[in-house]
Write a protein of this length. Structure first.
Length: 423
């Protein structure tokens, strides 16, 4: 069965070898990985997600489509994984790998987002841990093999959305760019710093200061930038990733449906106590997550994909996406992404570490937050290696009495997705 693409276009054309639009989920288990259990778990899991078992083909008028791919989803014994949409991956856009006690899942970000990827991981962990540890795991909220898959999981709600609001034309003032502000143009080693915070302690801090995990991280990061650049002319503006499924009324959709909420650290906030600042940030989130505003964002993204579809060549589509990337570099400093508490049920007992990595936008920062196993892991995914911004953020944690553990510093490794324009 062939299925035309729609919401995938922008992310597809944003991908290249230096900046692949891939989600990599890294899970460190309590024990060494059992490869036979893993093979069984992957095979069973993928029967539940037939819309991820596809191969990318070019159809009429240079338009892309999915066709069913019955080849096995690849599992390799490595931490590097394989190139997606290539012979190495059996032409799948998803693959798994393992080494020692680490399990890795790679999936094209054009195909899904963190919410969709978590669903696959939740199913995989259910089957893997059940067999590996001979335990009974609750099925609550777990998508299982053999279930009827409803149309809402398959259908692209962005493509189907009608009567959307007309997006206004907004000319945002320039924001601080983390690369140019710190003169890091020559520092091009993509690096991830991982910081862990106890979940209960951080939630207590949030409750005491009228915060929530993602907005508080955004606020603490904004305060860190304000301390680094007290005489700044450009604004501090971070984007909080927004799950558009709620506004669209399609909670089961598997596509990549991520919008954004702009949080701007205005000068008027700088002398306020942190509780009042957090209330202000939550107010900004509330104002930008009402349904009409969310659907305005959907309309904007739908318009971009329609524009890309209207072009006949890859070169024209790449030019549009590159122009949009330049605007992104100008108007945001960083993106904060938090899928929410993972809810891997009893499987979390066997997990020692959990990370979600992907590529940030251009020369901006991406801060991924994961909540698994009783702690928050905050991954700073940078297009450079300098610890400048991480150190400033850690100072904010210390100043506010928040204990942390800098777990590790690593080169960011993400597999390429092979497209004709990225070869």
């Amino acid at each position: 069965m062939n299925r035309a693409l729609f919401s995938e276009y922008r992310s597809m054309y944003s991908s290249n070898k230096e900046h692949p639009t891939v989600i990599r989920i890294r899970i460190r288990m309590r024990d060494l990985v059992d490869p036979d259990c893993m093979r069984h778990a992957v095979d069973t899991t993928m029967t539940r997600y037939p819309y991820f078992c596809v191969e990318l083909k070019i159809g009429e008028e240079n338009k892309w489509e999915y066709t069913d791919n019955s080849r096995p989803v690849v599992i390799t014994n490595s931490l590097s994984g394989v190139e997606l949409n290539s012979q190495e991956s059996n032409y799948h856009l998803i693959s798994f790998s393992w080494q020692d006690n680490w399990i890795i899942m790679d999936v094209s970000h054009a195909m899904t987002d963190g919410t969709g990827a978590y669903e696959v991981v939740r199913t995989f962990l259910y089957y893997y841990c059940s067999e590996r540890y001979h335990v009974t795991i609750s099925q609550d909220g777990v998508r299982l093999a053999g279930e009827t898959i409803v149309a809402e999981e398959w259908d692209d709600p962005m493509e189907k959305a009608t009567d959307l609001p007309t997006p206004p034309r907004v000319d945002y003032p320039a924001s601080i760019n983390p690369v140019t502000a710190a003169h890091l143009e020559e520092d091009t080693e993509r690096t991830v710093y991982s910081v862990a915070i106890d979940e209960k302690e951080f939630m207590r801090f949030n409750i005491e200061n009228d915060g929530s995990p993602a907005t508080m991280i955004a606020l603490l990061f904004s305060r860190a930038l304000a301390s680094l650049y007290p005489d700044r002319e450009d604004v501090i503006r971070v984007t909080l990733a927004l799950n558009q499924r709620v506004g669209l009324g399609t909670p089961l959709a598997h596509q990549s449906l991520v919008g954004g909420v702009f949080l701007e650290y205005k000068d008027a906030l700088k002398d306020w106590p942190i509780e009042r600042q957090a209330t202000a940030y939550r107010g900004m989130v509330f104002a930008q997550t009402i349904q009409k505003t969310v659907l305005t964002g959907v309309a904007s993204m739908k318009g971009i994909n329609q524009m890309l579809l209207s072009k006949a060549t890859d070169q024209e589509r790449l030019a549009i996406v590159n122009a949009i990337g330049g605007v992104t570099d100008r108007v945001i400093t960083a993106t904060i992404s938090y899928v929410g508490k993972a809810g891997f049920l009893e499987s979390e007992e066997y997990i020692r570490d959990f990370r979600l990595w992907t590529s940030g936008a251009g020369k901006t920062l991406l801060i991924e937050i994961s909540a698994v196993g009783g702690r928050f892991t905050i991954d700073f995914l940078q297009p450079f290696s300098s610890p400048l911004y991480v150190n400033a953020f850690l100072e904010e944690l210390e100043d506010n009495g928040i204990k942390y553990d800098l777990q590790d510093v690593m080169k960011t490794e993400l597999p390429n997705v092979r497209y004709p324009w990225s070869e």
